[in-house]
Write a protein that binds this ligand. Structure first.
Ligand SMILES: [Zn+2]
Ligand SMILES: [Zn+2]
Length: 124
């Protein structure tokens, strides 16, 4: 074990020189089988950029990012009020009267989905 030993940023396993590539997005190493005559693992891709006629390298983490948008689309009452331009109290009142889909957590926090707020915005 030496510190020069690289591990793949995608799967975490050790890289050998002929299976290693460096992602041009995040700059981290990943598995890329550069020998077509041997079986190997690919944790990313390589392709030719037609504009620059240069090889482009990208790891699977950058090519297929985990969906993070879901959490961004859940808003609490204060955030949602800003989006629709209402006071927080008015927004909660609208939620209580069924004008907008919402969820009230066990601790009394109102949660909204961003897409649902458009109905309130249109009504203004
Ligand atoms: Zn890998
Ligand atoms: Zn990457």
């Amino acid at each position: 074990m030496t510190s020069s030993e690289n591990s793949c940023s995608v799967c975490g396993e050790v890289l050998a020189p002929d299976t290693e590539a460096v992602c041009m997005e995040c700059g981290r190493p990943y598995h890329l089988n550069q020998r077509s005559d041997r079986p190997g693992r690919d944790c990313g891709e390589v392709w030719i950029d037609e504009n620059h006629l240069a090889l482009q390298f990208a790891c699977n983490s950058c090519l297929h990012p985990e969906p993070t948008a879901l959490l961004d689309d859940v808003l609490d009452a204060a955030e949602a009020a800003l989006v629709v331009g209402l006071t927080e109290a008015a927004l909660v009142a609208a939620a209580e009267s069924g004008d907008v889909r919402h969820r009230r957590t066990g601790s009394g926090v109102y949660l909204f989905v961003r897409a649902d707020l458009s109905t309130l915005q249109r009504g203004q």
